[in-house]
Ligand binder design. Structure first.
Ligand SMILES: [Fe+2]
Ligand SMILES: [Fe+2]
Length: 306
């Protein structure tokens, strides 16, 4: 798996949607589980700029190769979220993308600011912070593309398959960058390997957790991966990450699937109730109206009108 930053900079672009049969989106049905997954995925794709805000204050961003990658990566991820939103709208689910994104962010609350501060401080205190961040990047990108493949399989929706297959090509490039960069950092660096393993075993959470609740994360994991093939795919994902120096035998996504299963065993309605109740609408925050956070207090007036 090779990756060239120069080539990536030259070739990075928004996902090509030419020829996607958008007018056929509503002609094929999506289950509640598919819709739940798509809302989750869209929200996490749209969360990338805030995730990026956490990274740009860290020691890792002293590296110009990393910042060049992030500049392109952020733009590509934007179009993943936009196009998933477009598909949902065309399917007949009405929401305003900007309102939804603003509400997700407003609901993060003060926790988000605290998290930026701790990430920043941690990165400057820990010399090998980059190894951890790059490994997590690799896991997140690989999880994302594995999730998209699982959703293609579960939904059997031809237009969704076409869109996600194109997005997956971007995710593969992102994964290649993070994996190769993490490998470079970890190779021959025993201290970095120890820190990485320790952090992943104790602090790592699946992509989206924090923006989404534990139950939402579990609902997605159970819907997409709670069958023989799904479990195999997660074990395979862990095996790929286990090829990074110092991470042999690590269990991450499979461990989180087993934990989700255990919570669902103790409470049989766990996760599934969110899907059945169609709880993918984002509630507006109680204390911080979107207008106050964004400065946008309504539909913009056209020039010359009042
Ligand atoms: Fe993406
Ligand atoms: Fe990605």
């Amino acid at each position: 798996m090779s990756f060239s930053i120069e080539r990536y900079k030259e070739e990075s672009k928004k996902v090509d949607i030419t020829g996607i049969a958008w007018d056929e989106v509503a002609a094929h049905s999506l289950s509640k589980g598919d819709l739940f997954s798509l809302h989750y995925m869209m929200d996490i794709e749209n969360h990338v700029p805030l995730y990026l805000s956490h990274l740009l204050v860290t020691r890792a961003c002293m590296d110009p190769i990393l910042t060049a990658f992030l500049a392109c990566w952020n733009y590509e991820e934007l179009w993943h979220g936009e196009n998933i939103g477009r598909l949902l709208n065309l399917y007949g689910i009405e929401f305003d993308t900007q309102d939804r994104i603003a509400n997700v962010r407003a609901n993060l609350g003060v926790q988000n600011s605290l998290s930026i501060l701790t990430t920043m401080a941690g990165s400057w205190l820990l010399k090998n912070f980059s190894a951890v961040y790059l490994s997590i990047g690799a896991i997140n990108e690989l999880t994302t593309l594995t999730g998209y493949n699982a959703l293609i399989r579960k939904s059997g929706h031809p237009v969704l398959k076409d869109l996600l297959s194109r997005i997956i090509k971007d995710e593969r490039r992102h994964y290649a960058f993070y994996f190769n960069s993490a490998k470079e950092w970890l190779s021959g660096n025993e201290r970095a390997q120890k820190l990485d393993r320790w952090m992943l075993d104790r602090v790592w959470v699946p992509v989206g957790q924090g923006v989404k609740t534990q139950e939402e994360v579990d609902a997605l994991a159970i819907y997409l991966f709670d069958d023989e093939q799904g479990e195999e795919e997660l074990l395979d994902l862990d095996a790929k990450i286990g090829k990074l120096p110092g991470l042999a035998g690590i269990k991450l996504m499979s461990r989180s699937l087993y934990a989700a299963r255990e919570r669902a065993r103790r409470n049989p309605r766990w996760g599934q109730r969110l899907i059945e109740n169609e709880e993918w609408a984002i509630k507006p925050p109680k204390k911080s109206p979107v207008g106050q956070l964004t400065g946008r207090r309504g539909v913009p007036q056209e020039a010359g009108t009042s």
